[in-house]
Design a protein around this ligand. Sequence first.
Ligand code: IPM
Ligand code: MG
Length: 351
Amino acid sequence: MKFKIGVLPGDGIGPEIVDQAIKVLDAVAKKYNHNFEYTHAWVGAVAIDKTGNPYPDETHEVCMNSDAVLFGAIGDPKYDNDPKAKVRPEQGLLAMRKKLGLYANIRPVATFPSLISKSPLRKDIVEGADLVVIRELTGGIYFGDKGRSEDQKKAFDTCTYTTEEIERIINLAYTYARKRDKRLTVVDKANVLATSRLWREVSQALEANNKDVAVDYMFVDNAAMQLIQWPKKFDVMVTENMFGDILSDEASVITGSLGLLPSASVGIHTSVFEPIHGSYPQAAGKDIANPLATVLSAAMLLESLNLTSEAKAIRDVVNKSMEAGIVTVDIAGDGKAYKTSEVGDWLAQNV
Ligand code: IPM
Ligand code: MG
């Protein structure tokens, strides 16, 4: 079959990790007789340099006209230390999420047997952990009114949610829970925040339609603690935008490397698949970054196109590479560290 894939490598290590995922996708296309047609576009700091806009209209067009989008990473240190910069790479990511209506970010967290020892957490705590963090992605404090007072001495960010926004993400979370262990944890701060109380109210009202799933509610501070102490306790966790940003980074510690976690952003228009890590500018161009999170994001991308055996082929070859020790420096330990491109070549050859 033929599929159109938008490719947005972005900044830092983005281009080199995306290249590896494309090698693997090409190998899958060959093996299963598909035709993946790639269209590259700019996003982030590189798009600002080229066009002045971190998410140019042409890039949006490419996304809208694709069956799925593979995304690398964005961010550049030249903007991080300049709080006065008016245009920032991250605005490109937020604009993309908003314009594509990507209201849900799905971050699966599972341990890899060969990497258990890499987790800073004790083996008995992490072994067998398998959960999904579902983060609301187009609402909340990220998108609410924000600004500075005239005298510049006060700043504010507003967190807003509507019933509809909460309903659609909670319903999606139920769908995921239903396909898994049928347990859902709704994370909020309903003891303090009005938006969280609306989340709880709306979620409770949806319980009646979802009796086959066991739901529980947890305050975010408590969830942050339990996630690290008893990660196995969780199956599907759903939460608002900023809590989800923080909890999903925290959850990545369970696997032992941020370089391993893929994600899918889904919603109204084309879905976007990207590693959860950032642009790691210190490593850019050095051929040392771990491409596995991006390769695993490509597996999620194939799954979204209903190419399930193809997705499994990618996951299997990733597991094989880890067992065989064909890994980058972040997880190599005392063993030999392979280059980003060598890992990509190995995966493509062994798919
Ligand atoms: C993420 C990132 C982004 C976010 C940044 C780069 C704006 O941390 O995708 O988790 O906060 O959403
Ligand atoms: Mg984040």
